[in-house]
Design a protein around this ligand. Structure first.
Ligand code: GAR
Length: 214
């Protein structure tokens, strides 16, 4: 059966491994989204090369030397015809100027079990806090710092000998599994927010809470 693919844009700032996971998912004929544009706020990042290699139009919209408002208006201007926006390592906060153009239709992935450890260096924050479980979260974006309603999470144990790189690598594997799944739910109209809490209509075999057991 041919699926109707929903147009999605991905916003990036860096290496783009989550973007790659989304590109690979969208390449599947039965995956219900297609990436129509990749926007980076930073020039010359690997994410732009990944998008170009996949034949996806790219654009750099720099946040430098302009107001936040002006930056966000420029982003919105690039996103005509886009239904959902996925932030994938996009390292800028967004305000209502952007969010009001995509109400309830912006997702983000973050490498911690939110609401713990928002912001930068989430994995280092988790290690410093001495937690025994770490992980990642896909959430709706609001104007706060990694603070919108939580859609799904994946967790893994923190090993005795973990350093930031090793733990980040295991979390990243979870990210790459979770984000395409969450975006599928989103574009299929199976997620919504009720009283500030995200809900998802999940099917057999799907889950909102993943546990990596090694
Ligand atoms: C990912 O770990 C993502 O969760 C994180 O940045 C990394 C980007 O990697 N995002 C945040 O910290 C957002 N607050 P990638 O460019 O290889 O996808």
């Amino acid at each position: 059966m041919k699926v109707e693919k929903v147009p999605v844009a991905v916003l990036v700032s860096g290496r783009g491994t989550n973007l790659q996971a989304l590109i690979d998912a969208c390449d599947q004929p039965d995956y219900p989204a297609r990436i129509v544009k990749v926007i980076s706020n930073v020039p010359d990042v690997a994410a732009l090369d990944r998008a170009a290699a996949a034949g996806i139009p790219t654009v750099v919209v720099s946040h430098k030397h302009r107001s936040r408002d002006d930056f966000e208006r420029a982003l919105v201007a690039e996103l005509e015809g886009v239904s959902w926006v996925a932030l994938a390592g996009f390292m800028r906060l967004l305000t209502n100027t952007f969010l009001s153009a995509f109400p309830g239709r912006v997702l983000n992935i973050h490498p911690s079990l939110l609401p713990a450890f928002p912001g930068t260096h989430a994995v280092a924050q988790a290690l410093s806090a001495g937690v025994t479980q770490a992980g990642c979260t896909v959430h709706f974006v609001d104007a706060g710092l990694d603070s919108g309603p939580i859609l799904c999470q994946g967790s893994c144990a923190v090993h005795e000998d973990d350093n930031e790189d090793r733990l980040a690598e295991r979390i990243l594997k979870l990210e790459h599994a979770l984000y395409p799944m969450a975006l599928r739910w989103a574009v299929e109209g199976r997620v919504f927010v009720e009283g500030g809490v995200a809900r998802a209509v999940i099917r057999e075999g799907e889950k909102r809470w993943w546990v990596e057991t090694d």
